[in-house]
Each structure stands twice: as C-alpha cells, then as structure tokens.
Design a protein. Structure first.
Length: 155
C-alpha cells in the first residue's frame, strides 16, 4: 500500500511538472495569430488594423516561350505589411502540373518570404494559364497567384 501511494504521488508530481507551459516570447506563434477570415467583417476597426497583411511584389508571372517537358520555377516574393504574424495555411494550384511551396513558419510583421511555384509543361500545349490559391490568416483570406507560359514542342 505504501509503495502504491509513493508511486501515485510521484506520478502526480511528474504530471504537474510536465504540464507547465513556457510563456510565449515576443514574436512567437500564438493562438491569437489565427483569425477567422469569414468573421473579419465583424472586427472593430482597431482589431482589423492588427491583422496581418500579405503584400506580393507581383501576383502574375509569365515564363514566356517554353518547350514542352520543361520544369520551371518562380518564387513569388511577399512581405507581411500587417501588425501580427502571417500564417499561410494553404497554397493550392488549379492542376497537378503546378505545385507550390509556401513557408511553414509564421512570417513576422515587416519580414519577407516567398512561395515557390513550379510548373511542369509536360503534356501542355499553347498558351497556358495556371492559378495558385493562397490561403492565409488575412482579410481577404485568399489571394490568387497566376503563372503563364506559351508551350510548344520546339523553340
């Protein structure tokens, strides 16, 4: 009985010690960074000004003339011009020939990042336009990036 009591007491102490959370540091990712964009209309003007803002240097890129089968990449550069951490939670292309890689970590206010978009021209012909839908904790919640190419079998 005494061993059981000691074991239970030790287990409780261990649980209490491991459940402590470290306080967040300035700039860390917190639950407050995630806003529900559908309800951003209901935010006060003061709250809305605290939201992150994703500002792209350009939202369209034209690869120009491309030979079918080439894989081409372009980094869409952006800056968080808002007042809180920017979280990109999705980056999806309209077809399987195009992929995108957003940053995994939150982007702090004033910092920059990029979304690398890769286009595989295999099986494509003529003027091609592909869209990438970027979802983030911004308002509006979605931004559309566009890539274009003129794909031919020879240059």
């Amino acid at each position: 009985m005494k061993k059981t009591a000691i074991f239970l007491a030790s287990a409780m102490i261990l649980l209490l010690c491991t459940c402590k959370q470290k306080p967040a540091k300035e700039g860390d990712f917190t639950v407050n960074d995630i806003h529900i964009p559908q309800t951003a209309d209901g935010l006060s003007e003061k709250e809305a000004k605290k939201m992150p803002v994703i500002t792209f240097s350009q939202t369209t890129y034209d690869f120009g003339d491309v030979i079918e089968g080439e894989r081409l990449s372009y980094p869409f550069k952006f800056k968080n011009t808002g007042k809180s951490n920017l979280i990109i939670y999705s980056s999806e292309a309209t077809c399987g020939c195009t992929t995108s890689t957003p940053p995994k970590a939150p982007v702090r206010p004033g910092e920059s990042g990029e979304i690398l978009v890769t286009f595989d021209s295999k099986g494509q012909k003529g003027n091609v336009t592909k869209l990438i839908l970027v979802g983030a904790n911004t308002y509006p919640a979605e931004t559309i990036l566009t890539i274009k190419a003129n794909v031919s079998s020879t240059k």
